[in-house]
Ligand binder design. Structure first.
Ligand code: AMP
Ligand code: MG
Length: 417
């Protein structure tokens, strides 16, 4: 087994030759999941103006200090301020202003009394304004007023370089009136499958043939990671077809080429041969299960990852080796796997001591995670992966873990914690 590269070392060798992409401008509306390459400095204060946090009446608090249910204070209503109202005006002394949530508080007013604490409670806010309003409660200065700048101050750094933009970040950028941000360019990944047995979706099933599942497993993982996928199609099991497939990238070279199948020791595994003849191969065997035949090198100077053909192996290989590349291309720090400690409900066997990833289900019982396997663990059995919510990890050099032991499980379900 000494010629099998440990997973960690294979990951390090790959990432050593990958650099973050340059930056480009991106419309804020389209910047979800992109990575900032600049600090964002607020051009505005937020809220931009003092506004009401309730539907109610703006008042001078000292004019309603004696209000109670038995001795209401009644004031004439001198202003009506719906949301979006531009001119604040000044609240005349001895009067109140009807005001809606989010509307600007007029100068002179220092508190808002919610409609529930007035004699207008039964009157919908859409009803015509009444001449007077009776208050059942006093108010303190500042009550129910959202002050300008209480959330964000003008000139404040609100998002830092390197930030992976989330929906709420986009909302903040839009709130600040920012139209465009600088982000890392999207990783461009060329993807192909290989094998004479592969059919495209929609082609009729025929003896000896199978559908190309890997293209869709892999493009889904890549697109979820924010990469742009360039589909190269299916290479047949001959060197010319493999070379022609790969040469499609030369017009506009991607950051990475990812292929599946054709990299093991089978008589028809030409991918490795074509890479060696047109670039170089750094390694092609890793100490893992499933997924030993993972190759890394370059094709005409473009980084190349060759994943195993079996769909489960291709999926696990992509998570272990390819997604970290995408993160680095996007300028994100190394991935921290979502590892959960779980008690094994059945033993795990890894006879040859390779680092193993079993498809499993983890679930919480009385506060403790338990793990079990999902059916037959063959590396071609995609259904065992579909049923799984975690990969149960057996470290390298360990051949057996008995039931009852605690193991590390790599959660595949972002909702699980
Ligand atoms: P290979 O690496 O070419 O020996 O392929 C290993 C196994 O994976 C074989 O059973 C292939 O039929 C299967 N396989 C290869 N490519 C794909 C694919 N794109 N989709 C589904 N199965 C595949
Ligand atoms: Mg094949």
């Amino acid at each position: 087994m000494t010629d099998l590269l440990p997973i960690r070392e294979a990951q390090e060798r790959i990432l050593a030759v990958i650099n973050a992409r340059g930056s480009e401008p991106c419309k804020v509306e389209l910047a979800i999941h992109r990575v900032l390459t600049e600090d964002i400095i607020s051009p505005l204060a937020l809220p931009p103006f003092n506004n009401s946090s309730m539907d109610g009446y703006a008042v001078r608090s000292d004019e309603v200090s004696n209000a109670s249910p038995s001795t209401p204070v009644t004031l004439p209503v001198s202003l009506d301020i719906p949301a979006g109202f531009a001119q604040q005006g000044v609240l005349a002394k001895g009067t109140a202003a009807r005001i809606l949530t989010g509307a600007p508080v007029p100068d002179g007013a220092d508190a808002v009394i919610p409609i529930e604490a007035t004699d207008q409670f039964k009157n919908p806010q859409t009803a015509p304004m009444q001449g007077t309003v009776g208050f059942f409660k006093p108010a303190k200065a500042g009550d129910n007023i959202r002050l300008a700048g209480e959330d964000v101050q003008l000139g404040q750094v609100v998002l830092e370089k390197g930030r992976h933009l989330l929906p709420q970040d986009i909302g903040l950028l839009i709130s600040l009136g920012i139209r465009e941000v600088q982000v890392t360019q999207k990783a461009r990944v060329a993807l192909f499958s290989s094998g004479d047995e592969l059919l495209l979706p929609g082609q009729p099933m025929s003896p000896g043939m199978i559908y190309d599942a890997n293209t869709y497993v892999l493009s889904g993982l890549l697109e979820n990671a924010g990469a742009e996928v360039i589909h190269l199609g299916i290479a047949l099991d001959n060197p010319e077809s493999v070379k022609n497939t790969l040469d499609q990238v030369l017009q506009n070279p991607p950051d990475l080429i990812v292929g599946s199948a054709g990299v093991s020791v089978g008589a028809f595994d030409y991918v490795r041969e074509v890479i060696e003849a047109n670039g170089s191969l750094s390694f092609w065997r890793v100490n893992m299960r499933p997924g030993k035949p993972v190759a890394f090198g370059n094709y005409k100077s473009i980084p190349f990852v060759g994943l195993p053909g079996n769909p489960v192996s291709a999926y696990i290989g992509a998570r272990v080796f390819v997604l970290p590349i995408i993160r680095k291309l996007h300028g994100l720090p190394p991935f921290t796997q979502h590892i959960i400690q779980a008690v094994l409900d059945e033993p795990l066997h890894s006879p040859d001591g390779r680092e193993s990833y079993f498809r499993g289900v983890i679930r919480k019982e009385e506060g403790v995670y338990h793990a079990r396997l999902t059916g037959h663990q063959g590396s071609g059995n995609l259904f065992s992966l579909v049923q799984a919510n975690a990969l149960l990890i057996v470290p390298g050099e360990v051949t057996h873990i008995p039931a009852g032991e605690t193991i590390s499980a790599w959660s595949l379900d972002p909702e699980l914690n």
